[in-house]
Design a protein around this ligand. Structure first.
Ligand code: ZN
Length: 289
């Protein structure tokens, strides 16, 4: 186990920067009675560029051991947080971190390895304020043609990560409907899907179906790095829907170098493979008005 004291007390400037970066305008994070956004939990424990984030000697020892066994690669898999009391400006945070569990050896598409869960408890004045669990896979990369990877079928596009917060979105996509969340309390539309409303904090929501019209708000053309199942160069747009929210999606229907900001686009659903469809936007529909 290892731990330490937060570099700075919980403070308004860091909260303000965080909210600006996240686009979070919730009034609970401003003013004399402000609380810190709960998801900032880990931020108060970070050591900065020079420090370590409370990593324990056991953690470093475990990593060295796994490196020695050939499990040299790391990929973050997920993070879970629990909040027990709000943090407020002035709170002095202490924390301790431990390796909570190491899975049995698992074989994944990436390779064979072990899932490692690190748990950090964050306290104020000895009282538990929240818990942060971070899970990684420490693995030996599968070699092309090696045992762990299935024989050379055509590479497949990555699967979407479907969870309880976005399942409704993917159900909509499967039915060829692009659904936008709408706050039941203040009617603010939000996309991508989130469990709560950034405008009012309300957690009740319903959906509206996008009409399918949009414009290219911004875009990039992907050249590098190459990903299996993608064929660069291709254009990826930040598309502003007629409803006002924005979505990142492929722009199709025109050559990648003809995509421009402000182009009208129209929603389509691309059959990616036999398992799933993706919303994409056709830019070849705007000419001739
Ligand atoms: Zn709202």
């Amino acid at each position: 186990m290892a731990g330490g004291t937060g570099r700075d007390p919980v403070n308004a400037p860091m909260i303000r920067h965080w909210c600006e970066a996240m686009g979070d305008t919730n009034p609970a994070y401003r003013g004399p009675d402000a609380i810190a956004p709960p998801t900032m939990l880990q931020a108060w424990t970070m050591g900065g560029l020079a420090g370590n984030d409370g990593r324990s000697p056991a953690h470093d020892e475990l990593f060295a051991l796994l490196d020695g066994e050939g499990f040299t690669s790391v990929v973050a898999t997920d993070c879970e947080q629990e909040y027990l009391r709000p943090l407020r400006p002035g709170d002095e945070v202490t924390f301790d971190a431990r390796v909570e569990s190491v899975s049995a050896r698992k074989t994944t598409k990436l390779g064979t390895g072990h899932f490692i869960t690190t748990r950090m408890d964050v306290r104020v004045g000895g009282e538990l304020a929240g818990t942060h669990r971070f899970r990684i896979l420490k693995y030996a990369p599968a070699k092309p043609g090696g045992g762990a990877r299935p024989p050379a079928a055509a590479p497949r596009r990555p699967r979407p990560v479907v969870n309880r917060d976005n399942a409704g979105f993917w159900e909509g996509v499967a039915a060829h409907r692009l659904l936008i969340q709408r706050c039941e309390r203040c009617a603010t539309l939000r996309f991508p899907w989130l469990p709560g409303c950034n405008a009012c904090g309300g957690d009740a929501w319903d959906t509206v179906e996008a009409c399918g019209d949009g414009t290219v708000y911004s875009y990039v053309v992907m050249h590098h790095p190459p990903f299996p199942a993608f064929d660069p160069p291709y254009a990826v747009g930040l598309v502003e829907l007629a409803e006002g929210v924005r979505i990142v999606a492929g722009v199709v229907g025109v050559p990648y170098d003809k995509v421009r900001i402000g182009m009208p686009v129209r929603l389509e659903f691309l059959r990616v493979d036999d398992e799933f469809d993706l919303p994409v936007f056709n830019a070849g529909v705007g000419s001739g008005g």
